[in-house]
Design a protein around this ligand. Structure first.
Ligand SMILES: Nc1ncnc2c1ncn2[C@@H]1O[C@H](COP(=O)(O)OP(=O)(O)OP(=O)(O)O)[C@@H](O)[C@H]1O
Length: 743
């Protein structure tokens, strides 16, 4: 043990075990206990060590870094001990915002944008500043001339001379007077030189070009205006108002974490510890504060995220300002708490980055919106499928418009929008679409189902086409920009949008097959440049096949009502893991949602907003790009899209169940239908007997036809199953056909 080893008040040497803290001397502890904030020292640096209090005994208050420093000093701690103590509060070499390239770029952009704003703000006010300076020029002239005269005549020494005269101190007075005479003589020479210089300058300026005269005048006005400025009225206005929002400090954060009901933290705080540790100092990060926090062992970031509302209450901030998120790159217990100055939902409508100008590259993410920290968020379409869900009126269509706009602004992308509500929200894109439909009626749904079938066929066509490409053109067996641009190869990107897709998937007739086709496209198509964007306001198992919801890669969930819908859109266990789109408020948070599958962790995003007019302008630009590139096809080129095969269920039943055969079991009808049209009914035939009957019953319901119980004697026993009576169906078809031919 070295001589410098710290000793306690009894003179016993204490072992300082880096980085464990030493117990505090009694007087330091007493001092802390007397502080009003229950023993917390008045510091924002709260880097603590959980074992410290144990070392110091059960009752010891938390030992924070500043208190330790005092303790070490009081004990005359040695060099190494002091270093050990300092090491606990050392600041990261690379600041937290510079850990990732994106964050560093974002921060840099933010700083540049800030100073660009300041520069623009001041530039627009420069005429006002010039006027202010001009108004202050007379006072500046008086001050400058007066100050110079006082200097030449040495008036600053006047007081001392008068004092000496008053004291009848002749010797000092004479000394000061002689000094003054010397000074005045020298300064008078300087004054004459200055006067001559000014005179020459005036003569030169009088003969100089006009711009030089104006520049000199401006320089004089600025100089004299600055000299004439009153001390209490600054010339320059502030481009950024001083921070209105209270700084986030560690005391407030520690207190808040103690109030959100995480027992590991509350128990630690009951023992006088903080319960959480700050991985680095709380810093400014964009328009808010960032705290990197290590949670107690066993507590995860998700545990905090699911208590976001309580945390906001404890921090005394609006819910829309408080955004805890995990940093799994470090560990599951690391939490990045970002507290914004302004509520996310009060940011107003975000203008889409491509709303006014620019084109898009399908192989880059489509600009989509901003996260709470104001960082731009994009959604990649290449190699992805997108599922969007929410309650009605929360911003689904707006999100779909933005993604469709991105796809439209790459002229190599073929667009197939289907808006199955009939609201016309996507109508502007019709002029750039290969296939397009807007409607909720059976024909529109049939058209959308036909699109799914065609997309499936397209995916199957593409697989061998991609395989056949020479290795030098396609080394990775992936579609590239180059391949996409070679129209003759036929592997251009194809983006199909199904807004309100529940109306397709839950359709009694088209739904089952469309669901199967969608699942196939999602699983196979993304590698072949075929992308689905699905949006639904009814994310339940009947309206969104599980094969679809389980396989999409990018998910965006705006406000939903409950856990089931949340997990249908965001993926199983999302709710349990604290990713809860249920926390968004109806209407207030329209446009805010959880985006999963883009960043390493789920991100809250406020989407950019395109109204109908802005969408129309985007579509016009997309049309111009496509005209120039020669990629207008299908509906956009005025050609009829592929004809829709209208499947006529009733006519098909008449074909497979003649009236003369009498009543027939549903499963038999389904099997015969599948044989007649495998494309349309093939999926039904793969169902169990009961499910076949249910499927047929659901498909007949819209026509007002119910299935009935039919008993058959098999091996002497009567077996009852559901089936149909073909007679009324045949009558209905005859009636309908008569009506049609009459029309
Ligand atoms: N990104 C956004 N930013 C701000 N407000 C938005 C945003 N997106 C949507 N809104 C607001 O929410 C309203 C409804 O948006 P939108 O029509 O996209 O919702 P929706 O979920 O598609 O509704 P529905 O299911 O009824 O079609 C808009 O009129 C707008 O006022």
């Amino acid at each position: 043990m070295s001589e410098n080893t710290p000793r306690n008040e009894h003179g016993d040497a204490e072992v300082i075990d880096f980085p464990t803290m030493v117990p505090l001397p009694q007087e330091v502890r007493e001092g802390q206990e007397n502080t009003p904030d229950s023993g917390k020292p008045p510091t924002s640096e709260r880097v603590t060590h959980d074992d410290a209090a144990d070392d110091a005994g059960e009752e010891a208050p938390p030992v924070r870094v500043d208190a330790q420093l005092d303790a070490y000093r009081a004990q005359g701690a040695d060099f190494l001990a002091e270093l050990a103590e300092r090491a606990q509060s050392q600041r990261p070499i690379v600041p937290a915002w510079a850990h990732s390239k994106e964050e560093a770029a974002h921060t840099l952009r933010w700083v540049v944008a800030y100073y660009a704003h300041v520069a623009a703000y001041q530039a627009t006010r420069s005429p006002k500043y010039l006027l202010k300076l001009a108004a202050r020029t007379p006072r500046g002239t008086v001050r400058a001339v007066g100050g110079f005269t006082r200097w030449v005549l040495d008036w600053e020494g006047e007081g001392a001379r008068v004092e000496a005269a008053k004291r009848n101190d002749a010797e000092t007075y004479l000394k000061l007077s002689r000094q003054r005479d010397r000074r005045v003589r020298a300064r008078a020479i300087v004054a004459v030189l200055v006067a001559i210089t000014l005179l020459i300058a005036a003569i030169l300026v009088a003969g100089a070009p006009t711009w030089a005269q104006w520049s000199t005048l401006a320089g004089l006005v600025i100089l004299l205006g600055l000299i004439g400025a009153p001390a209490d009225r600054p010339l320059i206005d502030r481009a950024a108002l001083p921070q209105q929002v209270a700084k986030l400090d560690s005391d407030v954060v520690v207190r808040a974490f103690g109030a959100i009901g995480i027992s590991a933290i509350t128990q630690a705080q009951a023992k006088g510890k903080d319960g959480i540790t700050f991985a680095s100092a709380i810093t400014r990060d964009g328009p808010g504060w960032r705290a990197d926090i290590d949670l107690p062992i066993g507590v995860t970031a998700a545990d905090v995220m699911e208590r976001r509302a309580r945390l906001a209450s404890a921090l005394r901030r609006p819910l829309g300002c408080v955004w805890p998120e995990g940093d799994p790159g470090v560990h599951e217990g690391r939490l990045v708490l970002w507290v914004g100055d302004r509520d996310l939902s009060k940011r107003g409508l975000l203008t889409w980055a491509l709303a006014k100008t620019g084109r898009h590259d399908f192989f880059a993410p489509v600009p989509f919106g901003e996260d709470p920290r104001g960082r731009a968020v994009g959604v990649p379409l290449f190699q992805h499928n997108v599922l969007i869900g929410s309650l009605p009126g929360q911003g689904k269509t707006a999100a779909v418009r933005v993604l469709t706009g991105g796809a439209a602004l790459d002229p190599s992308v073929q667009l197939w929008p289907h808006e199955l509500k009939g609201s016309g929200d996507l109508d502007p894109y019709e002029r750039v679409s290969h296939r397009f439909v807007s409607g909720i009626d059976d024909t529109s749904i049939g058209y959308a189902a036909e699109s799914m079938r065609l997309l499936r066929e397209e995916v199957m066509r593409r697989a061998p086409a991609l395989k056949k490409l020479p290795r030098d053109i396609c080394p990775d067996k992936r579609i590239t920009r180059d391949i996409a641009d070679k129209r003759s190869v036929g592997l251009f990107p194809l983006v199909a949008i199904f807004d309100e897709c529940q109306n397709l998937f839950a359709h009694p007739f088209y739904g089952a097959q469309a669901g199967e086709d969608a699942e196939f496209i999602i699983k196979v198509g993304r590698a072949l440049g075929v992308v689905l964007i699905l949006a639904t306001q009814r994310p339940d198992k009947d309206s969104l096949p599980t094969g679809v919801s389980a396989n999409v890669s990018v998910r965006f969930c705006l406000k939903v009502g409950g856990q089931v819908e949340n997990d249908m859109i965001l993926g199983t266990s999302s709710y349990k893991n604290g990713i809860r789109a249920t926390v968004f408020r109806p209407e207030v948070d329209a446009g805010n949602g959880y985006l999963v599958g883009v960043n390493a962790t789920p991100t809250v995003v406020r989407t950019a907003y395109l109204d109908q007019v802005a969408t129309d302008q985007v579509a016009q630009r997309a049309h111009a790009l496509r005209t120039a590139a020669g990629t207008l096809t299908g509906i956009a080129a005025g050609q009829d899209s592929a004809p829709v095969t209208q499947v006529d269920l009733l006519a098909d039943i008449c074909a497979v169940a003649p009236v003369s055969d009498g009543k027939v079991w549903s499963e038999t009808v389904v099997d015969r239908l599948a044989e007649l049209r495998p494309d349309a009914y093939g999926a039904w035939a793969e169902l169990e007997a009961d499910a076949k009957a249910n499927q047929l019953a659901a498909a007949l319901k819209p026509y007002g036809i119910s299935t009935i119980q039919i008993g058959r004697r098999i091996s002497g026993k009567v077996v009852n199953r559901r089936g149909i009576d073909p007679a009324p169906i045949a009558a209905m078809v005859t009636q309908r056909n008569k009506g049609r031919s009459g029309g």
